[in-house]
Design a protein around this ligand. Structure first.
Ligand code: 1YM
Length: 688
């Protein structure tokens, strides 16, 4: 590229620099920290262009003690000859004329970066001073300054102190050095952010393979330490940062490896392809577009695609990303068909299937780029989609044809197949769950005694063990806000069942319909018809089992309901202690002694073996009346523990069971729950 020789006569001249001072935002976006760094990137971009065109291979950025910044490259050096028309050196034109530069001439700079095409003169216009040195046989120097002319009441900005000076000092070095002081009168802050600078330079090193980029930060660093007697803080100087260098001979391949370093790779080396294609932008002559990408897959299920246009990060995406995705989808679909991963009966993959675990970097370089979006980081040229799609299809097809790479493509196709299967399975689930929710009329007939109130904030659902207790609860309830769902027998233990298997179960379907908020991934707590879902089961081994099964269900498939604190355990009493009109209930053995003392001599004792033994009045008073009942709010920990409990109780290992109950002695936070479990479980032998 750029083989053609170049001289100052080729430079086009547009206008002066006052415009930049008057409206800095128009040229650099803002005068905040982003704008400040923008004027550094303008200079860095010129150095990068020189490297991208293979004239330079080392760039050094330095942040000086005085707050200035400099950029040095070892390229050809800016043009020093004098433009015959304007009688100015190339250097002077570059720094004093807006939009100056052969850079807008497609022939010279086919793939030049240059943010929005403004350049070095903008940096000069917004600097207190700027110095440039060019090393081309001898050392050339020039200095510019900006001042406010109080008499003329206007900015004199980027004014040369003198014409470009050939110092006559001979040098074997090559390249350009630019140092400048951002103007405090322009920017809200003039402090360079080390993390911003180092991140961008590292990114540029990845994007420009083999180019060595150094960062030197000479600024004083301070730390704040507490005074001896705790009387405020003192600023203490600490050693400056060590210089860093970035150089990646693998370019984009190294970039992808770096981005996915924390994840388990699906295969060892990223796939890479690079090609130059024709492009025809509306209203422009035919041109070239350079497309380059590297991709890898990890065992993750998220996608991370980083895209760039002329080295600018396109965070908001755009047509190049669209083309990338569609090319990848077509290629993976084709490969999966021919390799047999997709059978004739299988539907093709959709975009989401091939995005799972994808980690990729895509860059395009072209002229006349249209940036759009909120932050101007979205590629808006629709003509880019097709060449990128073609570049992906042809590149990956070529790579897939390489016998050594076939195992990689097999893994990619397999991974997409898993994703597709998972997606189809979940859709089936969603459909069934939706049907269950929508069919509540059908599903719930004769099962649910629904409350009449329609305010979920007030409504309560009691899930009651057994038809007979369910009947009592229906009599006892306040029908305005309390619904009763009796369970016939034990519900399905979903612990080892898939979501679809769980949905085959009538009891589960009824439960989903009653709550009315879907299931599993499609569960939406906003749709829940109840603020409180209360499990009411007997205080015996079977009751505990049912409780655990239900909690496991909520934990696995309606976790948000648990998280939101909407799931409760109802607490029926174990004993009734009474004498004539005096009635007291005891919820455990410790309480029983208390209550016996309270009622006094001649008391009578009734021990409840189940909910069904209570009258409707008793059940209301002891267990359902919001003013007198005891509820235990279930935490996620409880629900998680519950699934372990059934594991233990179902399993045939007595050892494990004992161990479990011993270990969970510390679950006593809320926790009538585990306590009651232990209390009723006489096989454990421990009492508190
Ligand atoms: C520290 C920043 O600006 N390097 C740089 C810039 C240019 C060139 C080389 C260059 C020289 C020649 C042709 C040539 C620029 N040139 C222009 C313009 N580093 C830094 N290094 N093309 C480019 O001598 O033939 C603008 S920047 F306008 F002359 F094209």
């Amino acid at each position: 590229m750029a083989e053609k020789s170049y001289n100052a006569d080729d430079l086009k001249i547009l206008e002066g620099l006052e415009a930049v001072r008057i409206r800095p935002g128009m040229y650099i976006g803002s005068t905040g920290t982003r704008g400040l760094h923008h004027i550094l990137w303008e200079i860095v971009d010129n150095a990068i262009d020189e490297a991208a065109n293979d004239y330079a291979d080392e760039i050094t950025v330095k942040l000086w003690k005085d707050g200035s910044a400099s950029v040095r490259d070892n390229g050809r050096g800016m043009p020093t000859d004098v433009n015959t028309k304007v009688k100015m050196s190339g250097v002077e034109i570059i720094f004093t004329k807006l939009h100056a530069g052969g850079k807008f001439d497609n022939e010279n700079y086919a793939f030049s970066g240059g943010l929005h095409g403004v350049g070095a003169s903008v940096t000069n216009a917004l600097s207190e001073w700027l110095e440039v040195e060019v090393y081309r046989g001898s050392v050339y120097k020039m200095r510019f300054t900006s001042t406010y002319d109080k008499v003329k009441k206007k900015w004199q900005c980027g004014i040369p102190a003198a014409p470009l000076n050939n110092t006559g000092v001979k040098t074997k070095e090559k390249g350009t050095f630019v140092r400048f002081m951002p103007d405090k009168a322009v920017f809200d802050t003039v402090e360079w952010n080390y993390d911003v600078v180092s991140k961008r330079l590292k990114e540029l090193a990845f994007l420009n393979k083999g180019v060595k980029i150094n960062l030197i930060d000479e600024r004083d660093l301070y730390e704040y330490v507490e005074n001896e007697y705790g009387e405020g803080q003192t600023r203490v100087k600490i050693p400056p940062r060590e210089p860093v260098s970035y150089k990646y001979d693998g370019g984009l391949v190294d970039f992808v490896k770096y981005l996915s370093a924390d994840d388990t790779p699906l295969y060892s080396d990223p796939l890479y392809y690079s090609v130059i294609k024709d492009i025809q932008l509306k209203g422009f002559p035919p041109a070239k577009i350079k497309i380059e990408y590297a991709l890898a897959h990890t065992k993750n299920d998220t996608e991370s695609l980083y895209s760039f246009v002329n080295n600018i990060s396109t965070i908001e995406g755009g047509y190049h990303e669209t083309g990338f995705h569609s090319g990848l989808l077509k290629t993976v679909n084709d490969y999966a068909r021919t390799s047999g991963v997709l059978k004739a009966k299988d539907a093709p993959f959709i975009a989401d299937d091939i995005k799972e675990g994808l980690s990729a970097v895509l860059t395009v370089k072209m002229a006349n780029v249209q940036f759009e979006g909120q932050t101007k980081t979205k590629l808006g040229n629709p003509e880019v989609r097709l060449p990128v799609e073609q570049a992906v299809i042809e590149g990956l097809s070529k790579l897939a044809g390489d016998r050594k790479l076939k195992p990689i493509f097999d893994k990619i196709a397999q991974k997409a197949k898993f994703a597709a299967d998972d997606r189809i399975k979940h859709r089936a689930e969603r459909d069934v769950a939706k049907a269950a929710s929508e069919n509540d009329g059908l599903n719930l007939v004769g099962k649910l005694a629904a409350c009449s109130g329609r305010n979920p904030e007030q409504n309560e659902l009691f899930i009651v063990e057994g038809d007979s207790a369910g009947g009592t609860a229906k009599q006892a309830r306040v029908r305005q806000f309390q619904s009763i769902l009796p369970l016939r027998g034990k519900p399905l233990n979903v612990q080892k069942k898939t979501a679809l298997q769980a949905l085959q179960n009538e009891e589960i379907k009824t439960l989903i319909s009653a709550i009315g908020a879907g299931f599993n991934r499609s569960f939406d707590i906003e749709k829940s018809k109840y603020k409180k879902v209360i499990i009411l089961s007997d205080a015996d081994q079977d009751g505990m089992h049912i409780r655990c099964i239900l909690l496991t269900f909520f934990f696995k498939y309606m976790r948000d309901l648990v998280n939101a604190g909407c799931v409760y355990i109802g607490m029926p009493p174990l004993y009734k202690v009474y004498k004539k009109d005096v009635v007291e209930y005891a919820y455990d053995d410790a309480e029983l002694d208390e209550k016996i003392k309270l009622v006094g001599r001649g008391y009578q004792l009734q021990r409840y073996k189940g909910l069904g033994e209570m009258s409707a009045d008793q059940l209301w008073e002891t267990t359902m009346d919001p003013h007198t009942r005891n509820l235990i709010q279930v935490t996620v920990d409880d629900a998680a523990a519950a699934s372990q409990v059934i594991e233990m109780l179902m399993g045939d290992k007595v050892e494990g069971r004992k161990e479990f109950l011993a270990q969970n002695a510390n679950f006593n936070k809320v926790d009538g729950f585990i306590e009651r479990v232990k209390f009723k479980n006489d096989s454990t032998g421990d009492s508190d």
